[in-house]
Write a protein that binds this ligand. Sequence first.
Ligand SMILES: O=C(O)C(=O)C[C@]1(C(=O)O)C=C[C@@H](O)C=C1
Length: 290
Amino acid sequence: SVCKLSQLLRRLPHNIFIFISSSLAPSPRLSYFRSCRDSGEVSSQISLKSVREALIRLEDSIVFSLIERARHPYNAPAYDRLYLKSSGSSLAELFVKEAEHLHAKAGRYENPEEVPFFPEDLPSPLVPSYNYPQVLHPAGASVNITKTIWNMYFNELLPLFTAEGDDGNYASTLASDLVCLQAISRRIHYGKFVAEVKFRDAPLDYSSAINNKDKDALMKMLTFERVEEMVKRRVEKKAMIFGQEVTIEDKEDDNVDCKVNPSVVSRLYGDWIIPLTKLVEVDYLLRRLE
Ligand SMILES: O=C(O)C(=O)C[C@]1(C(=O)O)C=C[C@@H](O)C=C1
């Protein structure tokens, strides 16, 4: 059988090896962490370029998760505390809490990039601990704005990109909500890494604003308006491209229907994701010298 396998491999086109090796290659974020761990120089590896690349990749996760959620209508009973008469919680709260318990057992929150929505009473991981590189300053690592993200997602964003109605599929609707919440929260809390890099690049400038607890000065220093404009335009374009129905035939019609409205995705970034990422950056920096 080894012989047959080697014959088969010889007959495969050369390109397939390039394809297989590139699809097995780690994502930029993973390879960044791996090289950090191997070299033992966590602190010197992180750069503004590498954290911005991670933010760009997270855009894909967010756009795809919204497309998936938009398959279902709003489904109000899933969020109504009166729907599960005796429990006092909504099905959404129960769903996310229970899911986080399971994820905690599998070690999800050992990763400094992951922040739970319900950190109270989470079970300990069942898995052996993994040596994640400690990039963040310990006091800043605990910044958690999941309550704000929760309210923004359910009260403001969800009604904007779902159709009115009820299809009864609450479990799969909430499974999609969970993926959206996790992707959005991960992106926003990634602001801690961005802030850490910016601090390391200009420690003296940042330290004086931190010591003066000058939030406005910090906000001004960490803001790059041109980058924000590019992010908003890029996510709008991604929503347009990822949300198209793909057909074999070329389409004559330029008016393509998108599965999620590209301008809502751009607004999600402009009104919430970028401002909340900056809020995380400021909160992190204020604790950076503790
Ligand atoms: O790229 C950065 O420098 C960031 O801090 C991230 C981010 C964003 O959320 O996209 C936030 C603030 C900057 O003004 C630009 C972009």
